[in-house]
Design a protein around this ligand. Structure first.
Ligand code: XUL
Ligand code: CO
Length: 436
């Protein structure tokens, strides 16, 4: 049985190809800056949007055509869907996928039954991984959809919600390990608040810290050696999510002594919701040694929510790739398409167009970024811009050799600061355009 009979394996045909189901830039074996494209990106397909997304929005029902799906919450349907997912990922040529526990397997009437369902589906996931060579980039637990998490999971006012979430993460860690997952992600879900009049923020954050330590302890106990990741997002579904942006997450991880175990999984649309560019978030995490993985998508400049669109803008992907090259790449993380089709794009073939376009946009961004780096003008400009720190008073400050008295003495003698030079923003923006 095939779910996508009209699609062959997607191939690289080069920039002149007019075939919408071919790569024009993503050539997995092509080497850029010493690594193949396949190694640079470690592209990953998400189970939740791609195979469970219905296209429903607050105003209307789902629209996606999924002829392979019988619509039932049965384990057999979930197992059949796994085979469809792997057919898709294999034809696309992405080396990884990612899932939430509840995307792949239905909840049962009890926690025990739910765990059995997950085991039954994980068996097929493992079979399909072995058949295709596709690997698990990361697993995560859905701690936000079920009404039991109405007040959050580990940050709930109800200790039972914490306990249930812990049981769920325990199981999901076991499954992620069993499937050779290279990372394990915590995205906040409902870990945040709507109103501080009813919220003990300190207590909730302490509980979140405790929860993550328990997860780390259990992972070590069962021999899971993957990288733990936290995914920042400032709002949605709560008004204020605790893991709001890279800086807030890193501060949280430091405060709760978790930096040895965690890095960040940064998402473009979350960065922009936080009022940052993705480039900012990548640079922040990168220079702190906390860049783990990315969720590749984009928002819409006219819409203020998490639209999770596929990235197609070369300017964006070039900026992202400049940062990834600067900080030495992502492995064991990857470029994970946490992106969904528009509700109006409801045919199975649209899934291919979306992913092919996203992979190509990243490949093109990589080539642009590598060319900018090879040109060297940007690096040289920044180096020169800070050259006052390389010698003289700047070098002494950086070396910790100048105190306030010494600095005052220096300035009293010098009188005024010289020279001040232009930031040349417009010239540099023009320079970037030359490479696009
Ligand atoms: C939500 C989001 C999640 C995480 C995984 O905005 O990005 O899908 O990536 O839980
Ligand atoms: Co995400």
């Amino acid at each position: 049985m095939t779910a996508f009979p009209e699609v062959e394996k997607i191939r690289y045909e080069g920039p002149d190809s007019k075939n919408p189901l071919a790569f024009r830039w993503y050539n997995e074996d092509e080497v850029v800056e010493g690594k193949t494209m396949k190694e640079h990106f470690r592209f990953s397909v998400v189970y939740w949007h791609t195979f469970r997304g219905t296209g429903a929005d607050p105003f209307g029902a789902g629209t996606m055509l999924q002829p392979w799906d019988d619509g039932s919450p049965s384990v057999t349907n979930a197992q059949d869907r796994v085979r469809v997912a792997f057919e898709f990922i294999e034809k696309l040529g992405a080396p990884f996928y990612a899932f939430h526990d509840r995307d792949v397997a239905p909840e049962g009437d009890s926690l025990a039954e739910t765990n059995q369902n997950l085991d039954a589906v994980a068996r097929i996931l493992k079979e399909e991984q072995e058949r295709t060579g596709i690997r698990l980039l990361w697993g995560t637990a859905n701690l936000f959809s079920n009404p039991r998490y109405v007040h959050g999971a580990s940050t709930s006012c109800n200790a039972d919600a914490f306990a249930f979430a812990a049981s769920q993460v325990k199981k999901c860690l076991e499954i992620t390990k069993e499937l050779g997952g290279q990372n394990y992600v915590f995205w906040g879900g409902r870990e945040g608040y709507q109103n501080l009049f009813n919220t003990d923020m300190k207590r909730e954050l302490d509980h979140l810290g405790r929860f993550l330590h328990l997860a780390v302890d259990y992972a070590r106990e069962i021999g899971f050696t993957g990288q733990f990741l936290i995914e920042p997002k400032p709002k949605e579904p709560t008004k204020h999510q605790y893991d709001s942006d890279a800086a807030a997450c890193i501060n949280f991880l430091r405060a709760y002594d978790l930096t040895d175990h965690f890095k960040l999984n940064l998402e473009t649309n979350h960065a922009t919701l936080a009022g940052h560019t993705m480039m900012h978030e990548l640079d922040y995490a990168g220079h702190q040694g906390m860049l783990g993985s990315i969720d590749a998508n984009t928002g819409d400049t006219l819409l203020g929510w998490d639209t999770d669109q596929f990235p197609t803008n070369y300017y964006l992907t070039a900026e992202v790739m400049l940062m990834l090259l600067k900080y030495g790449g992502l492995a064991p993380g990857g470029v994970n398409f946490d992106a969904k089709l528009r509700r109006e794009s409801f045919e199975p073939i649209d899934l291919f167009h979306a992913h092919v376009g996203g992979m190509d946009a990243f490949a093109r961004g990589l080539k642009i970024a590598a060319a900018i780096r090879a040109g060297g003008e940007l690096d040289e400009f920044v180096r020169n811009r800070y050259s006052s720190w390389d010698t003289g008073i700047g070098a002494r400050i950086e070396a910790g050799e100048a105190d306030f008295r010494a600095l005052e003495a220096y300035m009293l003698e010098k009188g005024e600061i010289t020279p001040n030079v232009s930031g040349r923003q417009e010239m540099l923006e023009n320079l970037i355009n030359r490479y696009l």
